[in-house]
Design a protein around this ligand. Sequence first.
Ligand code: FAD
Length: 378
Amino acid sequence: MKPYRILIVGGGVGGTLLANLLVRRLRPEEAQVTLLSRDGEHVYQPGWLYVAVEDEEETELSRPEKELLRQEVFFLHDEAERFDLDRRQVWTHSGERVPYDMLVIATGSRLDLDRIPGLREGAHHFYSAVGARNLQHALRAFRGGRIVIGIGGMPFKCPVAPLEFTFLLDDYLRRRNLRQQSEIVYTFPIGRCFPIESVAELAQRYLDERAIRTEFFFDIDGIDPERRRISSLVGELEYDLAVIIPPHRGAEAIIASQIGDEEGWIPTDRYTLQMEGVEQVWVIGDATNIPISKAGSTAHYQAHVVAERITAFVRDQEPEAHYDGHVQCFLELGEGKATLLDFNYEMPPSPPRPSRFYHIAKKLFNRAYWYLIPPGRI
Ligand SMILES: Cc1cc2nc3c(=O)[nH]c(=O)nc-3n(C[C@H](O)[C@H](O)[C@H](O)COP(=O)(O)OP(=O)(O)OC[C@H]3O[C@@H](n4cnc5c(N)ncnc54)[C@H](O)[C@@H]3O)c2cc1C
């Protein structure tokens, strides 16, 4: 029998890990694993937060994708342009047709900077390498005034990142003796500072302690760069510097191939991670429509589940692995303290007392990522 052709599209956190797990589990006679990815570089996105507020070197945040893959993985450096699920093939930007027996879509999310009028010209963000560097420069030039932090739309990846940025910004302004002449305003589109209640309660205490003003139900609909105003249904806010998380969408190829919803998120079974109604197609990471945090840890746990399910399928066994909604991430609270959010579909997070321990653990994890996650050591 010929080996199964397994195609993974998207070589970020989920895709790279899954490719390595599969070639470790399956023999070459059982499966050939191809990773099709647009970027030759694998980026550690959580590091952008520190580029913006702590002058971290960006070069440490990316590595050539190929170096992270086991040699049994066939790496195809190209962009998927159209998914033809009926014929089990993917067309690439360079005109290649890539047939498959099993497909995993791991194309992540992308920023839609044109969704909000004035966003591109009027606001900064730290959700891309360029954005983080530009924000670093803007902060260095900042001499005091009002900084507004806001959300351009839900869902967005790493929902804790705007809070973390806010606390680290408070530290940053204190270090530069600018805090007294600055006002920090943290806005959020719903009625509290974070979607999950237990986390919102904890974070709100820290926001209050640091005299950070909050504005809720602040659903941004426009930015006026000339007048330096951000508008929402509940009113306007003037700013000297705006840091707005851009709206997120699924990959363009998902929308062009009409295999997702109108925002480009793919309907996915929350337990099996199979694409709804399509056999032998799975979806992991930011690309799914599952209403949980879009996070690297989500993609990581899901990759392990899909690796097990695909292995079972190849060996004609009943798949047993299910994704239980597990997400785990640190929350930086400034002043060298952090906590840990660990939760799943059934159990909301119950964050431990913030401490230096979790802050150091986060910093260590940032360094150890390359060694731990892409090769599948944990
Ligand atoms: C500032 C910031 C801080 C963060 N902090 C954390 C954190 O502390 N903890 C945490 O868990 N998560 C964090 N995240 C979120 C995390 O980085 C993402 O959720 C995670 O990378 C998603 O993994 P993924 O595999 O789904 O997608 P990605 O890692 O984004 O990878 C997607 C890949 O698909 C490729 N691709 C896209 N379209 C195509 C196409 N058409 N054809 C071929 N290839 C394609 C891309 O080039 C990319 O390589 C943070 C994100 C940001 C921006």
